[in-house]
Ligand binder design. Structure first.
Ligand code: PGA
Length: 252
């Protein structure tokens, strides 16, 4: 049985220390007692140490929104895996559409970062998703297959099982509504088929594929009706503790 997981990347929506620490405290409080669902939040880098402290001994894991592709060296401005692991980061978001589009986060870099995250005992959360142009041109599925293969390439089966794939159709991020639940169900099945062909049935049965893109407290329940959907990855929907809690409740 795959454990459902709900997490939120705050992106740069939270831009003061005070607001970030306050939201983290409210989330810890809102999810106290929750046990069936794995929960995580991803604030910006400078907030990580204090928020990891706030979330200690709670149900909330903390992750980073990106990470350097190398372990050390001349990478001005980048943040290396060993430090993130040392301070208590448990998840690393990789390949988000915004980072692919604006910061040249290629599949090759995502692959290196996935390996590094696992080496430092952090869970890689790899975002994959087709653009509107890919979809219109009928190449959405091949794009997803390619991104999935890169994410899992060169890992042992045991490591592959630890990866979380976040399916985020680029055209559904930052919109009023998420993608249609039936479309999400079919696409998750396609991604799982790709994993089965590449990594075997056992890995495909174990790996978690979660959905992201304009999920709200109101729409999560319909998306969770599919047994192919192992979780939600939210942006704006995670910025109010009570609404985030309702998305978590929809998973149960
Ligand atoms: P959104 O962001 O929920 O605000 O659409 C989702 C994401 O980019 O992960």
């Amino acid at each position: 049985m795959r454990k459902r997981i709900v997490g939120s990347s705050w992106k740069m929506h939270i831009n003061t220390v005070e607001a970030g620490e306050k939201l983290a405290r409210e989330i810890v409080e809102a999810v106290a007692g929750e046990s069936a669902v794995e929960i995580f939040i991803m604030p910006t880098f400078p907030l990580l140490p204090s928020i990891i402290e706030i979330c200690r001994n709670s149900k909330v894991g903390v992750g980073a929104q990106t990470m350097a592709e190398a372990e050390n060296g001349a990478y001005t401005g980048e943040v290396p895996a060993p430090i993130l692991s040392e301070i208590g980061c448990r998840y690393i978001e990789l390949g988000h559409a915004e980072r692919r589009a604006r910061y040249n986060e290629t599949d090759e870099k995502v692959r290196s970062k996935t390996h590094l995250a696992l080496r430092y005992d952090m869970t890689p959360l790899v975002c994959i998703g087709e653009t509107a142009e890919d979809k219109d041109a009928g190449r959405g599925r091949v794009k997803l297959a390619t991104q999935t293969l890169w994410a899992l390439d060169g890992l042992s089966s045991q490591q592959q099982r630890r990866v979380i794939l976040a399916y985020e159709p680029v055209w559904a991020i930052g919109q009023a509504d998420p993608a249609d639940p039936a479309y999400v169900h079919d696409t998750h099945r396609h991604i799982r088929d790709v994993v089965a062909r590449e990594a075997g049935e056992d890995v495909a049965a174990a790996i978690r594929i979660i959905y992201g893109g304009s999920v709200t407290a109101g729409t999560a329940k319909d998306l969770f009706r599919s047994d192919e959907v192992d979780g939600m990855f939210v942006g704006r929907g995670g910025l109010k503790a009570d609404l985030f809690r309702r998305i978590i409740d929809a998973a149960g």
